[in-house]
Design a protein around this ligand. Sequence first.
Ligand SMILES: O=P(O)(O)OP(=O)(O)OP(=O)(O)OC[C@H]1O[C@@H](n2cnc3c(O)ncnc32)[C@H](O)[C@@H]1O
Ligand SMILES: [Mg+2]
Length: 205
Amino acid sequence: MSKRAMPQPIVFVTGNAKKLEEVKQILASGAEELPFEVTSQKVDLPELQGASCEEIAVEKCRLAALEVKGPVMCEDTSLCYHALKGLPGPYIKWFLQSLGHDGLNKLLAGYEDKSAYAQCLFTLCAGPGKEVRVFDGRTEGKIVEARGPTDFGWDPVFEPSESGGQTFAEMSKEAKNAISHRGRALQLLRTWLVNHAETFAQEAA
Ligand SMILES: O=P(O)(O)OP(=O)(O)OP(=O)(O)OC[C@H]1O[C@@H](n2cnc3c(O)ncnc32)[C@H](O)[C@@H]1O
Ligand SMILES: [Mg+2]
């Protein structure tokens, strides 16, 4: 399928190189091709504190559109422990940075319930001041002692329920992307863009 003409490509704005790597792999592997070009820009955007995951994601995308002055997509990833009523949630980055994998486990020491879900909110906006659309992908699993390569975030301590006992870190990239929070959210975004290509191109014009 040929790409639609838009004044600018959709820019995926993120400060995280590993996210970008997975997003490229997922977009390249899908059954349906995206109707628009996607490029990327490395910007570490400020994130609201004390707000819901959705509010944080929408505000970040709004800022990204202002920064890029054109169509953008962003994503926000949360790791939500059921026993902790959804925390660390959108603050997982700071918990991981300060406490490490071991600390992420110890947070649950006083609880029998080790279950958690990974959530990815993809956001899409046609330009400054335009509507921000949100696509929510989730994967249920549990928090375990770290196993596997340690090159991406909390992957070693998250064992998805559907993985046959492997942590995200132990899985192949293809296997992770097929069941991951990111793979699912991006699939929803892709389907929306395929079905609303005309609307989105008009909004961006
Ligand atoms: O610029 P942005 O896109 O915001 O990138 P970020 O690194 O700040 O990412 P988030 O704000 O979404 O914080 C999510 C944290 O979870 C980590 N993370 C995100 N996706 C992950 C995944 O699929 N597996 C493991 N860790 C992940 C990531 O490294 C961060 O520490
Ligand atoms: Mg961030």
